[in-house]
Design a protein around this ligand. Structure first.
Ligand code: ADP
Length: 249
């Protein structure tokens, strides 16, 4: 079966830090409605690739395309407005505001749904409706009026994803979304990411290989800055180079 359209791609992506090659020759295609995992041992270059794609780092080599447009030299704020959004840290959530207030604040950000700074009264209803829709979609309805500070760690993370979705991204980048979570929260967040990916592309850096096996459609494996395997999880996990890499070399 044909894959949905490619929304984000990299060709020959590379980054040197003061003569040290952290990333080299990385080709990557991220598809609409698919979850793509970037995995590899510590120091493999995952974070660097993530930062290159979101333009937090400028590539030394290669090209990045978002929705058919070359973004190799585009600054990160512009890239975010074009539809490539990374999840920020939980600190981006206002602890004293409720879940609903947090989502509404996010929806009113300049790059959000409401593109005008001054909202006509009629769109305030639309804002409420969209906030509730997002809250519902992310399974936060029961906590709608709770202060963000009172949520469990896992649900704070989900709220943080909700505020990122307020920007209506075509591509959502998640950097270790399950980090520091217990098994129950991991499962909850995995389900939510799966749900979120029905309408957009997700690229995630993830250490938990059970999660990758469960929810990721495509996997790219990095080692020492280069791709050593790609495919679905079953394919890459049987690759001898991947097995060796994970045995610790
Ligand atoms: P991963 O996320 O897979 O653990 P990183 O992308 O963080 O890997 O790092 C890849 C390599 O690049 C590592 O060897 C790391 O030490 C190096 N590196 C990352 N960022 C910098 C930097 N700002 N300056 C110098 N070296 C860096």
């Amino acid at each position: 079966t044909a894959e949905p359209r490619v929304v984000l791609s990299a060709r020959g992506l590379g980054k040197d830090f003061a003569g040290f090659t952290a990333v080299n020759g990385v080709d990557l295609d991220v598809h609409h409605a698919r979850i793509h995992a970037l995995i590899g041992p510590n120091g493999a270059g995952k974070t660097t690739v993530f930062n290159l794609l979101t333009k937090f780092l400028q590539p030394t080599r290669g090209q990045i395309t978002l929705l058919g447009q070359d973004i190799t030299r585009t600054p990160p704020d512009k890239v975010a407005r074009m539809g490539l959004v990374r999840s920020f840290q939980i600190s981006a959530v206002f602890p004293h505001l409720s879940v609903r207030e947090n989502v509404k604040v996010a929806l009113q950000r300049p790059a959000g749904l409401a593109t005008q700074f001054w909202l006509p009264l009629s769109s305030l209803d639309r804002l409420d409706a969209r906030a509730d829709e997002l809250i519902e979609q992310l399974g936060l309805a029961r906590w709608r009026d709770h202060r963000a500070a009172d949520l469990s760690y896992g649900r704070k993370r989900v709220l943080e994803i909700a505020t990122t979705l307020a920007l209506e991204p075509e591509v959502l980048l998640l950097d270790e979304p399950m980090a520091g979570m217990g098994q129950e929260d991991v499962q909850m967040v995995a389900e939510i990411i799966r749900n979120v990916a029905t309408e957009r592309a997700v690229l995630m850096v993830e250490h938990n290989l059970n999660v990758v096996a469960d929810i990721c459609d495509h996997v790219t494996v990095l080692q020492r800055g280069e791709i050593i395997a790609r495919g679905d999880y079953a394919t890459v996990s049987n690759d001898p180079r991947v097995r060796t890499a994970y045995m610790g070399s």
